[in-house]
Design a protein around this ligand. Structure first.
Ligand code: MTE
Ligand code: MO
Length: 443
């Protein structure tokens, strides 16, 4: 437990804000730790080590490797779970519109159950949905035969496919950016990988005739703008035609063999996995084949866009110096053990989680229990299909009792690896793929 002075500091500001404003000052304030911001090498003085050990209630065997400016994972605990109908243990970040993330340990299943799939709403979901009369209109200037389909039409005209597909919000991990980026302060839980059933987007598009000049496919959904203004769309994004034509891009009516949950887009949604979740339109009722980059709501910078070149944290970036995010970066999550757990140090501990890398595959996952000084490779399962996450599992054994962190680092097939610390700051706080860390108390 933190001592009184630490508790008072944490109560007034909160550990994320404290570290968010100035991680090195936070280290100094909470633990009396002097550090060198540029190298992050800041070794712990004996007194700071004792302060941190006292707050944790245990010793820190690998303290000499502990980097400066990182919140000990034991204190970075997730918020309290709220109750959303049909959802289990999700943490609500916003209730209008509803945005809720899944604590890492609740994502331990290989296939994310419906009640643990995160929710990211930009507007207000439709009410009183009638699946039997729901229609999907396909049109746009580069569509040769605009057509309207009921869900029954889609089912009868096209081949049905079921694929496990990974969706991650572009802003997942935003809470760690310094200075803070506006938007939902996602920690790690805006990601999931259920099985979706539906038809291939390309089969539907080909049926409707795609012109030579087609560039993009945009979606519209039945949700409404939070302002109540019927002329405004909450969001209308999409994907370039090549991504739309991939065999894994689908129009789905089922998730894990059941109706798609209301908050996740019932009765019909697009799933174009590996890209920011925002390209996968929910409550889908219209697709437009465009002869230009789709210009729907939240298609233009700074929404879902990042600077074309690295920028200094806190910079103002002109919209023309931003590009639309496409494939998401390599990332992983430790889903077992739950952060904060106790473990008998004489026994091996199973460690497992998932890893994913946008349009690419994962080639390796490494684990460290000594703050990144040494890394051991984990066993890694193949993906169920392209664009599904990959589950990894290994074990660790702690040399003596004390405070440890388990760090996971994934590498994609092109050799790109997750950064240890938060990567390139950007104005809207997208694409944080820093290593996930969980705390373990070995006793
Ligand atoms: N119609 C519509 N589609 C949408 C959204 C939305 O608000 N409205 N949110 C998008 C965003 S930003 C994300 S990350 C994913 C989230 O999908 P989920 O809520 O099923 O997890 O849906 C995308 N599709
Ligand atoms: Mo998102």
């Amino acid at each position: 437990m933190p001592n009184n002075k630490q508790q008072a500091l944490l109560k007034d500001t909160g550990i994320h804000q404290l570290y968010g404003e100035n991680p090195f000052a936070a280290d100094q304030l909470l633990w009396g730790r002097q550090s060198e911001p540029l190298t992050r090498r800041g070794f712990l003085k004996k007194s700071s080590l004792m302060a941190m050990g006292a707050a944790l209630g245990m010793s820190i065997p690998f303290a000499r490797n502990m980097p400066a400016g990182l919140i000990p994972a034991a204190f970075a605990a997730e918020g309290a779970a709220d109750v959303i109908p049909g959802k289990d243990g999700l943490v609500v970040l916003n209730d209008r519109p509803v945005n809720a993330e899944t604590p890492a340990h609740l994502l331990n299943d290989d296939i994310t159950p419906n009640d643990r799939m995160f929710i990211r709403n930009n507007g207000i979901p439709p009410e009183n949905v009638e699946p039997d009369t729901w229609t999907l209109e396909v049109g746009g200037e580069s569509c040769q035969r605009p057509t309207s389909f009921t869900i029954a039409d889609l089912r009868s005209r096209f081949e049905e496919v079921s694929l496990q597909l990974q969706l991650e919000c572009g802003g997942n991990g935003r809470s760690e950016f310094v200075p803070a980026a506006s938007g939902n302060q996602w920690t790690t839980g805006a990601v999931g990988c259920p099985i979706f059933t539906g038809v291939r987007l390309r089969d539907v598009l080909n049926y409707c005739g795609v012109s030579e000049d087609a560039v993009y496919v945009g979606y519209y959904g039945a949700d409404t703008h939070t302002s109540g203004n019927p002329d405004l769309d909450p969001i209308s994004r999409g994907v370039p035609i090549a991504k739309a034509m991939e065999r894994e891009s689908i129009i789905a009516w089922a998730m894990n063999g059941e109706d798609i949950p209301m908050q996740n887009g019932y009765p019909l949604r697009m799933v174009c996995a590996g890209w920011p979740g925002s390209v996968s339109g929910k409550w889908l009722n219209r697709l437009v084949v465009r002869d230009r980059v789709h210009d729907g709501e939240k298609m233009s910078a700074p929404s879902y866009s990042v600077p074309t070149v690295p920028v200094a944290p806190g910079s103002r970036v002109p919209n023309e110096d931003m590009r639309i995010i496409e494939s998401m970066p390599v990332k992983s999550l430790v889903t077992f053990p739950q952060s904060g757990i106790s473990q008998d140090f004489r026994q091996r501990m199973t460690v497992r989680g998932h890893a994913w890398a946008g349009d690419n595959q994962i080639s390796a996952v490494f684990i460290s229990i000594d703050f990144g000084a040494t890394w051991l490779p984990s066993a890694l399962n193949p993906a169920a299909n392209r664009l599904a996450w990959q589950t990894w599992e290994t074990w660790v054994q702690f040399p003596e009792p004390g405070y440890y962190e388990i760090w996971a680092r994934a590498m994609d097939e092109r050799g790109r690896s997750q950064p240890m610390v938060v990567p390139g700051w950007n104005p809207r706080g997208y694409l944080n793929n820093a290593c996930h860390r969980v705390a373990v108390q070995a006793v």
